[in-house]
Design a protein around this ligand. Structure first.
Ligand code: GLA
Length: 386
C-alpha cells in the first residue's frame, strides 16, 4: 500500500470519529496485521517464528471521556458497543469482545483503566490468518495506555492481548501475532524466540515482494482444530518429559517415534522440524540466499499439510500453483490454518504476471475467488495526535 493510502485510512477514522462523537480525537492509533513468513504452530511450543508486520492495519481514533465507560464504534460494521469498566461481562462473539477482553486482561494485571470514546476501522481482512484480532487488541491496549497514563511495554502488552484471546475469547493462541503487531520494523521480518522473547529484526531483500494469497476460505480459532492441535502438542511434550516441544530435537523424536501414537508423533514432528526450519531460514536470509529460504517455505507447507493437518484442499491448490510459478521463490500457508491465506516470495519485477496467472488458475481449479495483497513490512503499533 502506498503512503497516500495510509494517510487515507487515518483521515477516514478521524472523519468517522467527528461524525460519531463530534470534535476531534486526541489520539489516532495504528496497529498492523501480520503475515508469518515461516514458523507456524511453534509459538505456543516455546519455539521460533518469523513474521513481519504488514501495511494493513487497524486504526483507532480515541478521546478520553473522563467516565468509567468505553464507547467504541466500528466504522466498518456501522455498529456501536458500550461497556462499563467496572462490570465487564462477556456477551457473545461480537467484534467488540476483543476490545472488552483486552480491558479485562489489563484489569486482571492490575492496570487502573480510564474510559474513552473511540472509532475503529481497518483494512486487514478478518479470518484470513492476517491477525486482525491481534491488531485490534494492540490498538486497544495502546489506547488504554494513553488514556489511563500507564507505560507501554512491547513485551507485556502482547501478553495482555494473548490473555484476552485465551481467557476471554477462548482461543488458546500463542504470543506471535500480538508481538509482531507491537514490534514490527519497516523493511524487516522479526525472528522471535517465543521462550526468551528475544527479538532480532532481519532485513528483507528488496528484489522480492511478499505476496499474500487469500484463498477466500475462512476460520475461527475457537471452532477450528486449533485448540485441539495445541493439546496434542502438550501431550507430546509430556511424553518427552519437557515443558514444551522446543526442548525436543529431531533425532530424539525419531528415536522415540514408535512410542507415540501416530497422530501425536506427526504433530510433534511438524513442530520440531519447523523450529529447525525457522533457524535455517534466518541464516539463509542473512546471507541473501533466497533460494534456500523459499525451499524452506515449501517444506514448511508440506509439514503443515501432512503432519499438522491444518491445511485445506483449496489452500493446497493455491500453494501448489504459487510454488510452480517461475517468479516464486517459495510459498506456504500462513497463520493458524484451516483456511485463510498463503504467503509467497515473488521476484519483484514479476508480481503482476504472478498474480494474474495464479488468479486465473485458482478460479479454474476451485470454487473460490482469490484476493492478493502485495505487502510491505511495516512498523509496529504507532500513534500520533489527532
Ligand atoms: C494463530 C495464533 C498464533 C500462532 C499461529 C500459528 O495466528 O494466534 O499464536 O499460533 O496461529 O503459527
Amino acid at each position: 500500500m502506498s503512503n497516500s493510502q495510509k494517510i487515507d485510512q487515518r483521515s477516514v477514522v478521524i472523519k468517522h470519529f467527528s461524525a460519531q462523537f463530534g470534535g476531534e480525537p486526541v489520539y489516532v492509533i495504528r496497529a498492523p496485521g501480520r503475515v508469518n513468513l515461516i514458523g507456524d504452530h511453534t509459538d505456543y511450543n516455546d519455539g521460533f517464528v518469523m513474521p513481519m508486520a504488514i501495511d494493513r492495519a487497524i486504526w483507532l481514533a480515541v478521546r478520553p471521556n473522563n467516565t468509567r465507560t468505553v464507547t467504541v464504534h466500528s466504522a466498518d460494521f456501522g455498529d456501536t458497543a458500550v461497556f462499563n469498566l467496572d462490570a465487564l461481562e462477556r456477551i457473545d462473539s461480537h467484534w467488540s469482545e476483543y476490545v472488552k477482553g483486552t480491558a479485562w486482561a489489563l484489569s486482571e494485571r492490575g492496570y487502573a483503566l480510564a474510559g474513552w470514546d473511540g472509532v475503529v476501522t481497518g483494512n486487514i481482512p478478518p479470518g484470513a490468518g492476517l491477525s486482525s484480532s491481534a491488531a485490534l487488541e494492540m490498538a486497544v491496549a495502546k489506547a488504554f495506555a494513553l488514556v489511563s497514563g500507564f507505560a507501554w511495554d512491547g513485551i507485556i502488552m502482547p501478553q495482555v492481548g494473548q490473555q484476552a484471546e485465551n481467557g476471554w475469547m477462548g482461543a488458546n493462541t500463542g504470543i506471535m501475532d500480538q508481538t509482531i503487531s507491537a514490534n514490527g520494523k519497516a523493511g524487516h521480518a522479526l525472528l522471535l524466540d517465543c521462550r526468551t522473547m528475544a527479538m532480532t529484526h532481519v532485513r528483507l531483500p528488496s528484489d522480492y515482494a511478499v505476496v499474500i494469497l487469500d484463498t477466500g476460505t475462512r476460520h475461527q480459532h475457537t471452532e477450528s482444530g486449533y485448540n485441539e492441535r495445541r493439546e496434542q502438542c502438550e501431550t507430546a511434550a509430556q511424553h518427552f518429559g519437557v515443558s514444551h516441544l522446543r526442548d525436543v530435537g529431531v533425532s530424539e523424536l525419531q528415536a522415540q517415534a514408535d512410542q507415540l501414537d501416530k497422530t501425536t508423533h506427526k504433530r510433534a514432528r511438524h513442530v520440531v522440524t519447523e523450529n529447525a526450519r525457522v533457524l535455517q531460514a534466518v541464516g539463509a536470509l542473512l546471507i541473501g540466499d533466497i533460494g534456500t529460504f523459499g525451499r524452506l517455505m515449501n517444506a514448511s507447507h508440506v509439514s503443515l499439510r501432512d503432519d499438522f493437518e491444518n491445511s485445506m484442499p483449496a489452500m493446497d491448490v493455491m500453494v501448489a500453483l504459487a510454488q510452480a510459478h517461475e517468479a516464486c521463490a517459495g510459498a506456504r500457508m500462513t497463520g493458524g490454518g484451516f483456511g485463510g491465506a498463503a504467503v509467497a516470495l515473488v521476484a519483484a519485477g514479476q508480481v503482476e504476471d504472478f498474480i494474474r496467472d495464479i488468479a486465473t488458475a485458482y478460479r479454474e481449479q476451485t470454487d473460490y475467488d482469490a484476493v492478493f495483497y502485495v505487502c510491505q513490512a511495516a512498523e509496529g503499533v504507532g500513534v500520533g495526535a489527532g
